[in-house]
Design a protein around this ligand. Structure first.
Ligand SMILES: Nc1ncnc2c1ncn2[C@@H]1O[C@H](COP(=O)(O)OP(=O)(O)OP(=O)(O)O)[C@@H](O)[C@H]1O
Length: 258
């Protein structure tokens, strides 16, 4: 079953066609990468899927429902999580508090009015939120820094905290925008390990990534775009040997026949 279907997506910014009639499907419980040269339309594509802005043309289905015109909050509530190229965390809050804010959307259903009129219900939700926060902190190996203020943390850790916060919304699909960018080799290994564990937990992952070691290591399917259009799609070994992909993006480094 496809958890995500992107159909004939086009995005124009004034005169520029950033994404051009792009179609692809993401199978449920897979790791799917979108790669391509700088400026080829990857971020624009992920922004349309996540509801940052609507496409000029085309349709996006998530779990069979049309999400083409939904905003970021509506899409997140349906179970589509997201991390950003520029990390978006609350610097003055601790790691634990950032996760609780992230989870608040899916857990605190009683709202502020009910909080006063149905204190017991609000207490139950608060307890569930705390339990989930601890479960995610443990899963992501972040318990040791739970009480640290986010503002003082190194970049690699911030990326892990951002991913943990996304996990708090209990997503079925996570869109990852360059998860390995700025990480050192040991942080990259840790990232590969954590993404594999998230996938094994039943979550589908869709990532944009320039680090080909990461992409080739974890992806089941890779879609390649150039100038906003799809030029290839397949398993890593097929992509590494595709002459058009080598010419447009990979160069010879990843050509197994080279
Ligand atoms: N808000 C915008 N207004 C105008 N042009 C834009 C806007 N966002 C992106 N573009 C243009 O659309 C094209 C695709 O950009 P996009 O950021 O999607 O590419 P990308 O593949 O993500 O690149 P990179 O790998 O460098 O992040 C580029 O030519 C870019 O300059």
């Amino acid at each position: 079953m496809n958890i995500l279907e992107v159909k004939n997506l086009t995005k124009r910014f004034s005169g520029l066609v950033a994404v051009n009639d792009l179609s692809f499907e993401v199978e449920e419980h897979s790791i799917h990468a979108l790669i391509g040269p700088n400026g080829s339309g990857k971020t624009t594509t992920i922004n349309m899927i996540g509801g940052v802005f609507p496409p000029s043309e085309g349709q996006i289905l998530f779990n069979g429902s049309d999400i083409t015109k939904k905003n970021t909050h509506e899409i997140a509530r349906l179970g589509l999580g997201r991390t950003f190229q520029n990390i978006k965390l609350f610097n003055s809050l601790t790691v634990e508090e950032n996760l609780m804010v992230g989870g608040h959307m899916s857990y605190a259903k009683s709202g502020i009015v009910n909080f006063f009129f149905d204190f017991r219900n609000a207490r139950r939700e608060e307890t569930a939120l705390r339990e989930e926060t601890h479960r995610v902190l443990e899963f992501m190996h972040l318990e040791e820094i739970a009480k640290r203020q986010v503002g003082g943390l190194p970049y690699g850790m911030l990326k892990m905290v951002e991913l943990a916060r996304t996990m708090m919304t209990n997503p079925r699909l996570i869109l990852l925008d360059e998860p390995a960018a700025g990480l050192n080799p040991s942080e990259r290994r840790e990232l590969i390990d954590i993404l594999a564990r998230i996938y094994e937990g039943g979550v589908t992952l869709f990532l944009i990534e320039h680090n080909m070691d990461v992409v080739m290591n974890i992806s089941h399917v890779i879609t390649v775009i150039n100038f906003g259009s799809k030029i290839a799609e397949g398993a890593p070994v097929e992509i590494q040997n595709n002459p058009e992909v080598i010419r447009a993006y990979l160069g010879d480094r990843y050509n197994l026949k080279a």
